[in-house]
Design a protein around this ligand. Sequence first.
Ligand code: UTP
Length: 286
Amino acid sequence: MKVRKAVITAAGWGTRFLPITKAQPKEMLPLVNKPLIQYSVEEAINSGIEQIIIVTALGKRAIEDYFDRSFELEDVLEQKGEIKLLQEIRELSNLVDICYIRQKEQLGLGHAVLTAKSIVGEEPFAVLLPDDIIDGKVPVLKQMIRVYEQYKTNIIGVEHISSKDTTKYGIIEPRRISGRIYQVLSLAEKPEPAQAPSDLGVVGRYILMPQIFDVLEVTPPGKNQEIQLTDALQLLLRQQAIYAYEFEGVRYDTGTPLGWLEATIAVALKHPDIGQELREYLRQFL
Ligand code: UTP
């Protein structure tokens, strides 16, 4: 069955980015002039996704407003003759079918995914973590859908990470199948470097079979007392195969101030309107 739906989890507290995230959803922080979450929405659309389910929480209303229509703003732009901006703003609300569901208690990424169960139903679906911005020639989700179409089972996005960072990622125990594809033999959530089964860390892109929901329902809280998606995937391995795909592209973890700044500079330098001027401005610091 085709992957038609994508879940974007946007309900986390964003503690690594406090204090701004006290009153501002981190998903709405800008990368140049678009909010972070728009990059995941566009990646999903450019990968052929037909419906996007955004998991939100208290204090995240700005996300819904952003993708909604604003007739008042459209009027103002029309009166000012700002036709290009007007088109851009209108297109934004017509991007794709987006629906929202609230995670009432922030009990972890696994729990956030489970919140979308009734909307996803009985079909394979994608999960995107909007903190992970991945710049690839081919959208990473599209690359993963191709792998899914070959293996028709769970696919998780991975990349090589430095050994000191294992405590920040789910780490897989891999068996190489070919090129960039591995069979996952086991998973460990944020292990110490000495316990890590490899240097392949799970990043924020997944294609999951609907059976993950049954597993999530019985997954006990793990690290930080949260229901971890990695723990559920480890349980899912008892009944289904999971493959890992080492995607082609550069990933930025925009969930921290440094990662966000790196992504901002990289994206801005490529931007047709401001890239050249920024490059000249930055020269003085070198
Ligand atoms: P993170 O581990 O980055 O947590 O979540 P966070 O709360 O967003 O940020 P920090 O670590 O406190 O700074 C990974 C993904 O899971 C979502 C987040 O929104 C992010 O996309 N998430 C996490 C939820 O949707 N709900 C949760 O209860 C926890």
